[in-house]
Design a protein around this ligand. Structure first.
Ligand code: PAF
Length: 283
């Protein structure tokens, strides 16, 4: 595995690989690699001859008062994890090289960014879309692998890649969970022992919704109420939002209808830590 920090060098390597007829598979990350990221990297090998992983804590997707400065950073640890998982090139650019003085271009998506995470974190998806568009131009991948854990991000990135005619395909990999169901996330490391013990309530809420739907419940309000009562049973949990929405438009659904894919999602705070989780279902 080689470590590349210069965007022009990364572009040159990707162009050389493409010229030789190699497929480039790309896993974008902000580092603090855990088993969820490593699963994406291993899956990338099934889709590409050259596997590129990026590590870049993107400042433009953090709002004021969010965790940009305390976001875990350990490039040496990430380097080892990325290599063991099967990365060929680890691309870890500096902030200066991604956003040099005079930088002025941002990518904004309409509609799909106005709800859920986009409403709770204004400007977040503008930063995500901007950096993903830049990374797609630098890494020139044929395929990008994304985790289902960030369900709205998946919707936004797919829309972006299609709208900008990038030709980049996406592969979505199911959420990797701890044994008690908590979705793996770099932010789990912020939880205190008591918060960590209660955090699997998100997973329980999703399982409760799945069970209710399997038993015939079709009312969006009833499902949202079920999630609320499940989550509020954990005293340290504070609901940011809960949602039962159309999986592609992200519009809230009053009723689940046959054949229409549904995204059930939530953001819940434990102290200063904000966790998200989701499940997709079709009735
Ligand atoms: O999911 C993430 O880690 C980030 O939002 C991404 C896609 C790497 C963009 O910074």
């Amino acid at each position: 595995m080689i470590l590349v920090s210069d965007p022009r060098e990364m572009q040159r390597l990707a162009d050389d690989a493409r010229r030789l007829g190699n497929e480039v598979a790309f896993v974008p990350t902000m580092g603090a690699l855990h088993e969820g990221h490593c699963t994406l990297i291993r899956r990338a090998r099934d889709h590409g001859d050259l596997v590129v992983t990026s590590v870049f804590v993107n400042p433009t997707q953090f709002g004021q008062g969010e965790d940009f400065t305390r976001y875990p950073r350990d490039l040496e640890r990430d380097r080892r994890a990325a290599e063991v998982a099967g990365t060929d090139i680890l691309f870890a650019p500096s902030e200066q090289s991604m956003y040099p003085p005079g930088y002025a271009t941002f990518v904004d998506l309409e509609r799909v960014t106005a709800v859920l995470e986009g409403r709770a974190r204004p400007g977040h998806f503008r930063g995500v879309a901007t950096v993903v568009a830049k990374l797609a131009n630098i890494v020139r991948p044929h395929v990008m692998l994304l985790g289902q854990k960030d369900a709205q991000q998946v919707v936004v990135i797919r829309r972006l890649l299609e709208d900008l005619n990038t030709g980049v395909r996406t592969v979505i990999v199911p959420t990797v969970r701890e044994e008690d169901g908590l979705a793996m996330s770099s932010r789990n490391s912020y939880l205190s022992a008591d918060e960590r013990a209660q955090a699997p309530v998100l997973f329980r809420a999703l399982r409760a919704v799945e069970a209710a739907v399997a038993a015939g419940e079709r009312s969006g309000d009833a499902l949202r109420a079920l999630m609320t009562s499940t989550i509020t049973a954990a005293p340290l949990a504070a609901i940011d939002y809960i949602s039962v929405a159309d999986a592609s438009t992200l519009e809230e659904l009053p009723v689940l209808s046959e054949g229409r894919p549904v995204l059930v999602s939530m953001a819940v705070r434990f102290g200063t830590t904000r966790l998200i989780d989701n499940t997709s279902l079709t009735v």
